[in-house]
Write a protein that binds this ligand. Structure first.
Ligand code: HQG
Length: 179
């Protein structure tokens, strides 16, 4: 497997379907690296500690973290599996945050606002280029400006993950500017 294939495999089992290889994540998303290697092996994927460490260190978005004692691994954010209810530090956001999406979702977003969908949070970015790249994954990208500070001042909670992704439960349409 290439590093990218391993990274995608780790995202799949550590964010979405740990049960696919017999893993159970704890509430904070952690699982034993030994168990991960054993589960992957039963699925025909030969991983080693060194390989996993190299993928974690090389991840452009710092998607994964290894515990201080080196025994556990987790995805930092992006979870959909219900067993994980990570706690993130609550933070006051900057005035504007960005969300990149595809033009085909715009009509629905204008009606419903931004919804987390299968993930636990809506993902927002401080950086416009990052948001546009995120939107491009689904089609012609469009950049939405979110009045984050205004939202926070009205009582919505914002969290900042260790890898710099801003998270909030949903974004009502009145806080979204797309033109
Ligand atoms: C859209 C990647 C219709 C939303 C990225 C998005 C990110 C709606 C899609 C992370 C909607 C969900 C997350 C509504 C939201 N109607 N469409 N009401 N509300 N949407 O993948 O934010 O590489 O779950 O705009 O970098 O695209 O995996 O979320 O297009 O940080 O580490 O529904 O995934 O990180 O798609 O991406 P996603 P996302 P990784």
């Amino acid at each position: 497997m290439t590093y990218t294939e391993i990274s995608k495999f780790l995202s799949f089992v550590l964010r979405h379907q740990p049960e696919a290889i017999g893993l159970t994540l704890d509430r904070e998303g952690w699982v034993s690296i030994d168990d991960l290697i054993a589960g992957a092996s039963k699925d025909g994927k030969e991983l080693s500690y060194e390989l996993i460490e190299a993928v974690v260190d090389g991840s452009d978005k710092k998607r994964f973290a290894i515990s201080e004692d080196g025994a556990l691994i987790r995805a930092v954010q992006g979870h959909s599996t219900e067993t994980v209810q990570r706690s993130f530090p609550e933070q006051i956001p900057p005035e504007t945050l960005y969300h990149g999406t595809a033009t085909r979702f715009l009509e629905s977003i204008r009606e419903q606002g931004l919804l987390a969908g299968s993930r636990h949070y809506v993902h927002l970015s401080h950086n416009q280029d990052t948001a546009i790249a995120v939107g491009r994954r689904y089609g012609k990208p469009v950049l939405l400006e979110i009045d984050a500070l205004e939202m926070q001042q009205q009582g919505f909670k914002f969290f900042l993950s260790e890898n710099g992704v801003w998270l909030t439960q949903s974004v009502p349409r009145e806080f979204i500017r797309d033109e």
